[in-house]
Design a protein around this ligand. Structure first.
Ligand SMILES: NC(=O)c1ccc[n+]([C@@H]2O[C@H](COP(=O)([O-])OP(=O)(O)OC[C@H]3O[C@@H](n4cnc5c(N)ncnc54)[C@H](O)[C@@H]3O)[C@@H](O)[C@H]2O)c1
Length: 314
């Protein structure tokens, strides 16, 4: 992976990252700093007691850490402008499916208006040359049981997925109305699958839930153990976002695109497979219980991404 990231390109680039206090945003910040970029982060405070942001002391590593809300469009615009950013990564989101059932309004406001506020800022700020907007693998129309490619129909059924579909539509509207005509900034959306890796303490995510259960010697309750997901290590999509932003900056594509970032099909495993593997590797005897709730009954059983397009640029 190290070989594919272009140190020469990233050295001294000014980069604005939303969601830098989150799981993926922390990894992205670490990687960008490793590549020599100047990074300004913009997010809410980490909402868990433990976080990679705190453990990796990202506040000390990053050039500027701004704790603010992406729904505050004036502040967001002001901070991006002040940072003089050349490249923007937008990761800030209410990123949990269960939370989206509990608070759909916050989920839509944060994810949709947050993205629109970013797009509007990008449109107005001339220093920005490229931007990657992070959506999700959950944007596809799951009624179609297939391996999704970027041109497939969108259609999320839970509030989180639907909010990310709205982001894709807003992106599309901005591209066709503004970016495409003037070519002043190259933007893309990135749709990645479920990520795993160190420093994820989120609730309702498989690996953190299992580790908490193992530590507390509790039974592991998982939803939909038979569901298949495109599991990948966090550094895979994060380095994909970095490569994509560089190519966009250099105007490598004559069309604005969305990109899937996912593992090869052989690595798309069931939730139960991952849970058992983790229990085995930690020498724990765990009992996996299927969560009895109607909340997630619409969640897709089979979610696999076609990654051919991204593989071509890497
Ligand atoms: N983790 C995954 O498996 C996964 C899979 C597909 C897509 N994604 C997407 O990747 C992105 C990052 O996910 P993550 O796993 O790091 O999530 P996370 O929950 O760990 O981090 C979310 C980040 O967004 C910030 N944020 C939330 N609401 C905000 C607001 N109103 N204003 C400013 N900042 C706000 C948080 O402070 C945090 O920094 C999200 O857009 C998510 O939807 C994640």
């Amino acid at each position: 992976m190290k070989k594919k990231l272009n140190l020469n390109f990233w050295k001294n680039k000014k980069v604005f990252v939303t969601g830098h206090t989150g799981f993926k945003g922390s990894w992205l910040t670490l990687l960008l700093k490793y590549l020599g970029a100047h990074v300004t982060g913009y997010s809410l405070k980490p909402n868990n007691k433990s976080s990679l942001f705190k453990e990796a002391k990202i506040k000390k590593i990053i050039d500027k850490s701004i704790i603010a809300d992406v729904r505050d469009k004036n502040r967001l615009y002001k901070e991006i402008k002040k940072s003089n950013a050349n490249i923007v990564f937008h990761l800030a989101a209410q990123a949990l499916v269960r939370e989206s059932y509990i608070d759909p309004i916050k989920t839509f406001e944060t994810n949709v208006m947050g993205t629109i506020n970013i797009l509007e800022s990008i449109r107005k700020i001339k220093s920005i040359k490229s931007s990657v907007i992070i959506t999700s693998d959950k944007v596809y129309d799951i009624k179609k049981n297939k391996i999704f490619k970027e041109t497939d129909l969108l259609g999320g059924v839970d509030p989180y997925s639907a909010s990310k579909v709205c982001c894709e539509h807003a992106f599309n509207a901005f591209v066709h109305s503004f970016f495409d005509q003037k070519r002043m900034c190259s933007v893309a959306t990135a749709r990645a699958g479920n990520v795993i890796g160190g420093g994820d303490y989120s609730k309702d995510r498989l690996i953190p839930d299992i580790i908490r259960a193992i530590k507390l010697k509790k039974k592991i309750i998982i939803r939909n153990p038979k569901s298949i997901r495109p599991w990948q290590h966090v550094l895979d999509p994060v380095s994909g976002y970095i490569i994509l932003a560089e190519k966009l900056y250099k105007n490598k594509f004559n069309k604005i695109h969305s990109w899937n970032f996912g593992p090869d099909l052989s690595n798309c495993k069931t939730v139960k497979y991952i849970a058992n593997k983790l229990a085995l590797s930690s020498n724990s005897s765990i009992k996996i219980l299927n969560e009895k709730t109607k909340l997630f009954k619409k969640e897709t059983v089979l979610l696999r991404l076609n990654n051919k397009k991204a593989k071509k640029i890497a």
